[in-house]
Ligand binder design. Structure first.
Ligand code: C5P
Length: 225
């Protein structure tokens, strides 16, 4: 087994994607598979942590030894993460959270009307969970990690996002054809609030997960167990 450097620690991980319902049969969603968050959960368990996994809309089976909370929408994810974060040493937000949700939910299925154009879908903002958890730090010394998928100016956008969100570490992925979403492999740069950059070469999502914990562990030093 791996070194038990997360023994006695409680980590909260979000995984998968949110779905924002429009009506009883339709939603706005994204392509997150949940694989990266599940890899984080498995590796944290192997390193001795107590793990709470807040999982959105994934086909993946519950990992052994993990407390799994299933959610659907960003607002449900928000509630579950904030509650679990109250007792966490580290919070890792790997979930793909919808930035917006439909302003209104239609209780009956939206129907097409002959000779009529569809109604536009108005959107409203969802809460930014990562920014809120970073600002609140429910426990002293709590370490907060975010993920960011970028298509261009990856590092510059990543740096700006790290500062804006106020987290300790930001795992920045370049989104491309065979990278990140759905794939079992990933490639990233992990940016730290202290200015350091850790490149993680293309490889299994487990490897990236291990590097995240390698960077989280020394930052936990000040947390009360
Ligand atoms: O702003 P952006 O969506 O690129 O940021 C991605 C990071 O922020 C991820 O860690 C994601 O889980 C988190 N996030 C969040 N709440 C949102 C949107 C994103 O916690 N509403």
């Amino acid at each position: 087994a791996a070194e038990q450097d997360l023994a006695g620690r409680h980590v909260v991980i979000s995984a998968g994607g949110t779905r924002e319902p429009l009506d009883p049969v339709r939603y706005l969603g994204n392509r997150s598979s949940g694989k990266q968050g599940y890899a984080l959960a498995r590796t944290a368990v192997a390193r001795g942590a107590r793990v709470t996994l807040v999982a959105g809309n994934t086909e993946l089976p519950d990992p052994a030894g993990v407390d799994v909370i299933r959610i659907g929408t960003a607002r449900q994810l928000h509630e579950a993460v904030v509650k679990a974060a109250a007792e966490a040493d580290a919070v890792v937000m790997a979930a793909a959270v919808a930035d917006f949700r439909p302003a209104a939910y239609t209780t009956g299925k939206i129907k097409k009307v002959e000779g009529q154009e569809p109604e536009p879908v108005a959107l409203v903002r969802n809460p930014d969970i990562l920014a809120e958890v970073s600002a609140e730090r429910a426990r002293r010394g709590q370490v907060v990690v975010g993920f960011a998928a970028e298509t261009d100016d990856v590092l510059a956008n990543g740096r700006a996002k790290l500062a804006r969100k106020g987290c300790d570490l930001l795992v920045v992925n370049e989104v491309g054809e065979h990278k990140a979403f759905g794939s079992a492999e990933n490639e990233a740069v992990i940016l730290a609030a202290d200015g350091s950059e850790t490149p993680v070469p293309y490889g299994p999502k487990e490897d990236l997960a291990e590097t995240v914990w390698d960077l989280v562990v020394p930052r936990l030093a000040d947390t009360e167990r």
